[in-house]
Write a protein that binds this ligand. Structure first.
Ligand SMILES: NC(=O)c1ccc[n+]([C@@H]2O[C@H](COP(=O)([O-])OP(=O)(O)OC[C@H]3O[C@@H](n4cnc5c(N)ncnc54)[C@H](OP(=O)(O)O)[C@@H]3O)[C@@H](O)[C@H]2O)c1
Length: 384
């Protein structure tokens, strides 16, 4: 019997790569549900090819057009946040791939968790803003969370069930993004076109900008903390421009285990979908004799302050990571639309983190409140 999976964010970079794995998986998987934001052309194409029973579009205004385009096709279409929750909760679905970008992924991913689905987690923002609650519920529900982020997939594979006490530290690798060797003086003039041109990975726009500011690595530090239960002082970040070593784990006996491969998101996606089995693929393989050199260096926290802010937010905890994340989402959007400069992104995050009075997180609404506050304040700063 094929494993039934639902994909939240099916029209994005991770969603499309996931469907590519499904397409080439010789009926190991059946797509039970697809959910997207507003790209009806691509969603329609995906529905026609993968024939899910259910689909959802967040943009309610476009739903009737999607229904019209699908005509008599046998698929139930839902809309809005309720629609996303429906797709996350389809009764016979075994696994939900969480690949919506940003904090918008939190509520539907939580819905999947509450229904006891295994979660292939790409939406790191869920763990950044609600890591403690999310992991507590996953233990209670005995839900398996299998990371899709290449670094966390690497760490997951290196740890391979070893107890936390035997782990000395986690070493997260970072490509360094397109501005690794740029002088800080030129950062003010960085254009969106240049920032969207990642040297190794082909990803959605938000994560590509996060990679350029190193905020992506900061968010990953927080994600790793919650996923693996490791304190921030046992998480190191190293710059590795070749993106071949996806991350490493150092054990108490000084052994370091690394996971390597070409930078291709289909590898960790395939691993997560098939976990705990390892299944062969036709993906291109790494030839180390062609790669020749692998280099590692310390990150420059002065040039890339977002990384430091993320460590700081993790240390403070409570609602601070939610504020870091929301301020970043608004600032990245403002940079993409041309209303602030590249260096404006860390400035806005810093201002909001200084202004925020962190509160204890007891429930999701505490996070949503902090998130909303930060979005309103960040927008005001961007407009200024
Ligand atoms: N791309 C990568 O290689 C990569 C690697 C590691 C981790 N991740 C993580 O995976 C997540 C997705 O990244 P991505 O690069 O795939 O992003 P992306 O290409 O921008 O795609 C985002 C997806 O989310 C959907 N979406 C956006 N807002 C939504 C909303 N309010 N409700 C429902 N759906 C919404 C989009 O739908 P429409 O396009 O239809 O509007 C699209 O399907 C992020 O959390 C990212 O950090 C990505």
């Amino acid at each position: 019997m094929p494993k039934k999976i639902a994909i939240l964010g099916s029209t994005g970079s991770i969603g499309v790569n996931t469907l590519d794995i499904v397409r080439n998986s010789k009926n190991r998987f059946k797509v039970s549900g697809l959910a997207a934001g507003g790209n009806i052309a691509l969603l329609e194409k995906q529905i026609r090819e993968f024939k899910p029973k259910y689909a959802a579009l967040f943009d309610e205004k476009k739903t009737s057009l999607l229904k019209k385009r699908l005509g008599r096709l046998k698929v139930e279409i839902f809309s809005g946040i309720e629609g996303l929750i429906k797709v996350a909760s389809i009764p016979d679905t075994k696994m939900v791939v969480s690949a919506i970008v940003g904090a918008a992924g939190l509520i539907p991913t939580f819905a999947a968790l509450k229904c006891g689905k295994d979660i292939a987690l790409a939406n790191k923002e869920t763990l950044v803003i609600a890591g403690e609650l999310f992991m507590k519920h996953s233990r209670k529900k005995r839900v398996r969370i299998i990371p899709v982020d290449s670094e966390h997939s690497a760490i997951f594979q290196c740890i391979n069930g070893t107890t936390n006490r035997k782990i000395k530290k986690i070493i997260l690798t970072a490509s360094g993004g397109p501005f690794l060797t740029y002088p800080a003086k030129q950062f003010e003039k960085i254009t969106t076109r240049k920032a969207l041109n990642h040297p190794n990975w082909n990803m959605g726009p938000k994560i590509t900008i996060d990679s350029a500011t190193l905020m992506n690595k900061g968010l990953e530090v927080i994600e790793a903390h919650w996923l693996f239960g490791i304190d921030e002082n046992r998480i190191d970040v190293v710059i590795h421009p070749e993106s071949i070593v996806h991350s490493m784990v150092e054990f108490i006996d000084t052994s370091i285990i690394a996971q390597m491969g070409l930078p291709d998101m289909r590898v960790p996606i395939n691993y997560a979908l098939n976990y705990p089995e390892r299944v062969s693929t036709n993906l291109p393989t790494l030839n180390l004799t062609k790669t020749k050199t692998l280099t590692f260096s310390e990150p420059d926290y002065k040039k890339f302050p977002c990384l430091e802010y993320a460590f700081h937010a993790l240390r403070i905890g409570r609602t601070m990571p939610a504020v870091l994340n929301a301020a970043n989402e608004v600032a990245v959007q403002a940079f993409l639309s041309g209303s602030i400069s590249f260096t404006g992104i860390p400035k806005i995050i810093k201002k909001l983190m200084r202004k925020h009075q962190p509160k204890k997180v007891m429930k999701i609404s505490d996070i949503m409140q902090a998130d909303l506050w930060a979005r309103v304040e960040a927008k005001k700063l961007c407009e200024r």
